[in-house]
Design a protein around this ligand. Structure first.
Ligand code: SF4
Length: 409
């Protein structure tokens, strides 16, 4: 039996905590943005100091850090980029993710030792485009999301360049994010990293002489979200993508919680390792675990052809099933209690879910909770407070706690 090569698992890191969660749960690499020039201006993003720390943490574990410089640059940006690019080279990040040809040229001049990945924003949809970027010196191309499995495989076969594919996360209604809707409706330009997500808004019909009277444009009483794309989930296509030789799988979600990042990375880590070892994919189990933290219903995108059900017209997001509420910081050997840093209120009687790298998810009802002086408390109420938790499990440091929320989806 020929074993399949493992693609690099590339996870989002919206801040240092998410970076650590991604690495802890099995990402081979993370991608992140500085405070300028990346396409997620609304996420926390990394100061130069945070970025240096992130690089140190990742390299200490033999993992990689890619930095997004994927805005569509205007002249003012071009003038500020040389210093930023050479700073990134000094920081010894592992590569740049770029969509604009002008930024590409500058990267080659001011950060020549850094490999360039062509961003999905560049919309590479055919092998000649891939070949074009290869000849410019790109080492990897994140293909447009709008490609079928057969098209991805054909590009990989024809062009000697690394290929990366988005396998999980939010999708845009427009071509891989090239969209003017947000700029037009809110003045926030998606192509500068400022999208206000108006494709998720609830839309109604109004007759011009009757202001204030709104008519639903669909038969459902929850209204209509006609532009609201479902989230991408290609878990059932990982094996053929690996057989096609895809070099990297990317997860979207720099603005999602550390819990989301950890949970999704955990599933894809297990899936890649399982498939590479020649073991049959456990698609149903993996899909179930991904659905627990999902923000919308899933679609496999364009993998099998043009999707006919890619929009969720009934609502813009799922109510949350699991609320990220704490991180395990250690354990008291005398009492056996877990030291937990709070992220959202939780207390006695709540059912918690424990997310631990490489292990099955566990659940438990909170029976004993104590402040830092080991005095009993009913609820961990204060952001970031350290509390002791009675637990029958000896969870490793970095494990995450989610509070199960009762929701009728
Ligand atoms: S408005 Fe929606 S479709 Fe347009 S860029 Fe933003 S998220 Fe994508």
């Amino acid at each position: 039996m020929t074993l399949l090569a493992k693609p690099e698992l590339v996870a989002p890191a919206g801040n240092i905590e998410k970076l650590k969660a991604a690495l802890n749960f099995g990402a081979d690499a993370v991608y992140l943005g500085g405070q300028e020039f990346g396409l997620r201006a609304m996420s926390d993003n990394f100061s130069p100091g945070d970025m240096a720390e992130g690089v140190k943490v990742a390299h200490g574990q033999g993992r990689r850090v890619y930095v997004t410089v994927n805005i569509f640059a205007h002249n003012r940006d071009i003038e500020m980029l040389p210093e930023y690019l050479s700073d990134l080279q000094q920081l010894q990040v592992d590569g740049l993710i770029i969509s604009d040809p002008g930024v590409f040229l500058q990267a080659k001049e001011y950060a020549p030792s850094l490999p360039v990945t062509v961003s999905t924003q560049a919309n590479v949809t055919n092998y000649m485009s891939a070949e074009f970027y290869r000849r410019q010196g790109a080492s990897r191309i994140v293909l447009a999301r709008e490609l079928t499995l057969a098209e991805i495989a054909y590009i990989k076969e024809k062009v000697a360049v690394d290929v990366e594919v988005f396998v999980h996360g939010a999708m845009c209604l427009s071509y891989s994010g090239r969209c003017w809707l947000s700029q037009a409706m809110t003045g926030r330009d998606a192509n500068q990293g400022l999208c206000a997500h108006p494709c998720r808004y609830r839309y109604v019909l109004q007759e011009e002489k009757r202001p204030g009277e709104y008519f639903s444009v669909d038969e459902d009483d929850r209204g209509s979200y006609v532009m609201n794309s479902k989230d991408l989930c290609m878990i059932s296509f990982l094996k053929p993508l690996m057989e096609a030789g895809v070099d990297a799988f990317k997860i979207e979600g720099r603005m999602k919680s550390p819990y989301y990042v950890g949970a999704v990375v955990k599933v894809y880590r297990e899936a890649i390792d399982t498939i590479a070892a020649g073991i049959a994919p456990r698609t149903e189990k993996w899909t179930g675990e991904l659905e627990r933290v999902a923000t919308r219903p899933f679609t496999a995108g364009f993998a099998a052809g043009k999707p006919l059900d890619a929009q969720d017209v009934k609502r813009s997001t799922f109510p949350r099933q699991v609320l990220f509420c704490g991180v395990v910081m250690g354990r008291d050997n005398n009492t056996g209690r877990l030291l937990v840093q709070q992220r959202a209120p939780f207390g006695i009687g709540d059912r918690l879910e424990y997310l631990e790298p490489g292990k099955a998810i566990k659940t438990e009802v909170v029976k004993g909770l104590f402040n830092s002086e080991h005095e009993e408390i009913m609820i961990a109420r204060h952001p970031q407070e350290l509390v002791w938790l009675d637990s029958e499990y000896d969870l490793q440091e970095g494990s995450m706690l989610g509070k199960l929320v009762d929701n009728d989806r």
